[in-house]
Design a protein around this ligand. Sequence first.
Ligand SMILES: Nc1nc2c(ncn2[C@@H]2O[C@H](COP(=O)(O)OP(=O)(O)OP(=O)(O)O)[C@@H](O)[C@H]2O)c(=O)[nH]1
Length: 336
Amino acid sequence: MTENQSFEPDEAADRDVAETDAAPTDPLAAYEGFRSGFLCFVGRPNAGKSTLTNALVGEKIAIASDKPQTTRHAVRGVVNRPGAQLVVVDTPGLHRPRTLLGERLNDLVRDTWSEVDVVAVCLPASQRIGPGDTYLVQQLAELDRTPTLVAVATKSDLVSPERMMKHLVAIQQLEAELGIRWEQIIPVSAVTDDQVDVVLDEVIKLLPEGPPLYPDDVVTDEPVETRIAELIREAALAGVREELPHSLVVQIDEMGLREDRPEDKPLMDVHASLVVERDSQKGIVIGHRGARLKEVGTAARKEISALLGMPVHLALHVKVLKEWQRNPKYLNRLGF
Ligand SMILES: Nc1nc2c(ncn2[C@@H]2O[C@H](COP(=O)(O)OP(=O)(O)OP(=O)(O)O)[C@@H](O)[C@H]2O)c(=O)[nH]1
């Protein structure tokens, strides 16, 4: 290397420094100390994952229901705080697969786990820790890349302080039993909004440093059609019998602004199908002389109007796709 050659890069470096001084060119410099990343709640069915996600995000994004396994999509909610952005991913509960749908859902869960920064395991205080919970935590421990783990003792409003203490001790004992480490163990009630902010603060502390992942006005990146379908499904599941939740899926067939409306009085037309697996289920969804379907429509229309910020005309149809959960063609068509 000649002297001349070694001199050139230095000259270039000097010029860079001078330009940087004049006008900062590193867009990330503004985010020094900023934290951002992904959080996923896991837990047995009904552990309170969706309710906690909604409480954190502050807007209804994941549907909550008292029927197990109502969550089918990886719904993301974005929480913005000064100096931090947390993206919450909601997954279905992991369970023993009995159908092709079950297998695909389990794959989705594991994929999500290996991609997020923090996994918060929801362990409802109202129930003892059981084989279902230990199985889940074991699955997490066995992933190639174990995410940072936090334990959340959900539904704290349902138990006495004594019971909560015992629950927290049992949660701690899982560390030695399963060879894992909880970064935090936090009691919370999403229903009475007790300690939801603590969950948020503690999880944010565990995120890596980095700039925001989404613009700060985004609440969820779920397409609006998916959210509307979920609202309809939630309305249809309210108060129905055990067998239906797994068999019901909602498809948006068509959606658009009604033409010939004054600009300040828009109306959204939504045509949706409630898809079930059997004729008998069709009867349940429709109800006596259509009474039940009408109720579902009224309830869902209210929620969709709130979501879109305009009046909605909702037309619901009920379709039977025989045994759709076991049929790859139907699963693909329904987006699974
Ligand atoms: N009392 C009380 N009930 C809760 C709390 N969180 C959730 N629940 C109730 O528990 C039930 C299940 O809650 P979800 O949030 O749907 O549970 P999940 O874990 O998302 O359920 P899956 O989608 O089946 O996996 C619902 O009836 C909720 O209202 C809580 O903090 N306190």
